[in-house]
Design a protein. Structure first.
Length: 183
């Protein structure tokens, strides 16, 4: 049954060819967010997975991870922590840099966002090469958090991000996958 719900979410995701550059197929979750039934199904898939786990916080990666992560935190009665792009947080921060296909970037958190030993679920919309997710895991761990699991809506396994996250010892859950042959 859960597979049927995951397939509903997968079918609702829009594929946009040649964006942001030629040869890339962008997986757009906005149709999932726009449809109340599919959005609820998506959140419920995550809630049912995590409702019996002992968690303290949900951390969401800038920017679509904020949408899913904050709603999930609310539903699980947990606090929410943003993992932002560099230069967006107003208080004292800690940062972690990473490499992307064609650039370098950094993510930041407030230095007091988590306490040592807190059990954190890390959420983003998609995992591709894994750079952003791994940087967020390292950042949370540097602050003393125990990242219980990383979770995404979409996995693009051909880009190797899931395997890279697995090498950090952090479990990864994705609702659905897309391959290069998938329209």
């Amino acid at each position: 049954m859960q597979t049927d719900y995951a397939e509903l979410v997968r079918r609702t995701i829009r594929s946009v060819p040649d964006w942001p550059r030629p040869g890339v197929v962008f997986r757009d979750i906005t149709p999932v967010l726009q449809d109340p039934r599919t959005f609820r199904v998506l959140i419920d898939l995550f809630v049912y997975r995590y409702m019996r786990q002992r968690l303290d916080l949900v951390a969401g990666v800038d920017a679509r991870g904020f949408i899913i992560g904050s709603v999930l935190a609310y539903e699980l009665n947990l606090g929410f922590v943003p993992v932002r792009k560099q230069g967006k947080l107003p208080y004292r921060t800690v940062a972690e840099s990473y490499s992307m296909e064609y650039a370098n970037a950094s993510v930041e958190m407030h230095a007091d966002a988590v306490r040592p030993g807190q059990r954190v679920l890390l959420v983003d919309d998609l995992i591709a090469t894994g750079g952003t997710m791994i940087a967020a895991v390292k950042l949370l761990q540097r602050l003393g958090a125990n990242v219980v699991e990383a979770a995404t809506i979409i996995d693009l396994p051909e880009l190797g991000g899931a395997a890279a996250v697995a090498q950090t010892g952090t479990p990864l859950y994705s609702v659905c996958q897309f391959g290069s042959e998938t329209p």
